[in-house]
Design a protein around this ligand. Structure first.
Ligand code: FAD
Length: 386
């Protein structure tokens, strides 16, 4: 019997691909391998649970057994792959070797804390990039048996969403980041200021434009010192300073990688024959998207390719909906630096149009009631190709 098609990773990319494959091929042997519990959950919901008082268990759509049953696949959980032997077409798992037919790397990205977390902060400092992380953070906050004070480091998408969600869930939040306005990668400053003001209005303590000088734990909690000399106390620290694609396995196996991810072409083929990549870990034709819509498009295209219909992936324009109800935000970032931003609107309802030298719309950002323009503007923006 030939070796199964093997998918490494059961996040939205790995499971999304397996589901698309099953639609097209009911017979193919599929093995999924994951270092985590293999629970099927929607990662974007992780930053909406505190406002709605949702327990981590409620976020699980299906457990690994149910997934295996649904997909008629072998699902190996809590199993870390240590290496890929491309010559033998085998995975190395400790002392075990597992043959693969085709191999798909859907290994995602890992949090990138800007410093080593001191031992004194064990149990008080967290990153959240999967359900297990969320369970740990949720348990620590619940154990306080009172509203907590959470210091969030980072003002990107994940930091902003948790700030809004934790505050809406009744917790005290202080947000600390070196940038002067939140969501700097998605919003030009005037729109960032609108979001920052909305956060202040709901009671989030904004400490932007400041670095962390020192961070340590004591019996009472976490003690933070900022670059301007201010000292802060918090029960817990949430480090939301970005993600780095997991490239180690691929790099060691000799595949082409960079800090942007595992390199693939538009067919999601890596530089090694028979090995593909998609999701947060993949850099597809020069772009690592790290959002759901691109990985869903990739899953569909790759399922077709793996069932004898070679299909290049094209993402199109995908507006990002930031889950900050205090101030709704939608953004379609441009791959190029805009020549200028044209800003329209009043108060918190702003539209920012990113234009190139010829005045062509190449991206946009919207706040407040202006988010209603997302469909109209997404249609007007040229297709963002990979
Ligand atoms: C809080 C939060 C909110 C978000 N909100 C949105 C949103 O609103 N909209 C949006 O578009 N995107 C959002 N995103 C991004 C989106 O969720 C991700 O792009 C997507 O979930 C990534 O899925 P993935 O399958 O590529 O990676 P992951 O979900 O990271 O899955 C990686 C898998 O690989 C496995 N793995 C890794 N290494 C190994 C190994 N060596 N051996 C075995 N298994 C391994 C892991 O165990 C895991 O199963 C959000 C992200 C976060 C963190």
């Amino acid at each position: 019997m030939s070796a199964p098609l093997t998918i490494l990773g059961t996040g939205m990319a790995g499971l999304g691909l397996a589901r698309q494959l099953r639609i097209r091929d009911s017979e193919r042997r599929i093995t999924l391998i994951t270092a985590d519990s293999g629970d099927d959950y929607s990662k974007p919901l992780l930053s909406t649970g505190f406002a709605k008082q949702i327990s981590p268990e409620k976020l699980v759509g299906r457990n690994a057994l149910q997934v295996a049953d649904e997909l008629r696949a072998v699902v190996r959980t809590h199993t870390r792959v240590d290496a890929i032997d491309t010559q033998a077409a085998e995975l190395v798992l400790g002392s075990e070797r597992l043959a693969y037919g085709e191999l798909v790397l859907a290994t995602g990205a890992a949090p990138r804390p800007p410093f080593d977390i001191p031992d004194s902060l064990r149990g008080r400092a967290f990153t959240i990039n999967d359900l297990d992380d969320y369970r740990a953070f949720h348990a620590a906050l619940t154990a306080l048996e009172r509203p907590g004070r959470v210091a969030i480091l980072g003002a990107g998408l994940v930091g902003c969403e948790y700030a809004n969600d934790l505050r809406a869930g009744g917790h005290e939040v202080v947000m600390i980041a070196p940038e002067n306005t939140p969501l700097i990668r998605l919003l030009p400053e005037p729109l960032g200021r609108v979001l920052g003001k909305a956060f202040l209005d709901i009671g989030i303590d904004m400490k932007l434009g400041r670095m962390i000088e020192a961070l340590q734990g004591d019996d009472a909690g976490a003690a933070l010192t900022l670059g301007d000399g201010q000292s802060l106390k918090a029960d817990l620290v949430l480090i939301a300073t970005g993600l780095m694609p997991r490239i180690e396995l691929a790099r060691q196996a000799g595949l082409e990688v960079s800090a942007e991810g595992i390199h693939t072409d538009r067919y999601l083929r890596t530089s090694a024959p028979g090995i593909y990549a998609l999701g947060d870990g993949a850099c597809v034709a020069g772009l690592n998207a790290m959002y759901v819509q691109p990985l869903q498009t990739s899953a569909k295209a790759l399922a077709a390719t793996l069932t004898d219909t070679p299909t290049p992936v094209r993402y199109g324009a995908w507006p990002i909906l930031v889950k900050t109800p205090a101030c709704p935000v939608v953004a379609l970032p441009s791959r190029r630096t805009p020549a200028r931003w044209r800003i329209e609107g009043e108060g918190s309802d702003l539209t920012a149009l990113a234009e190139d030298e010829e005045g062509q719309l190449i991206g946009f950002a919207l706040t407040g009631r202006s988010v209603r323009r997302k469909v109209e503007l997404a249609r007007a923006a040229p297709r963002l190709l990979v």
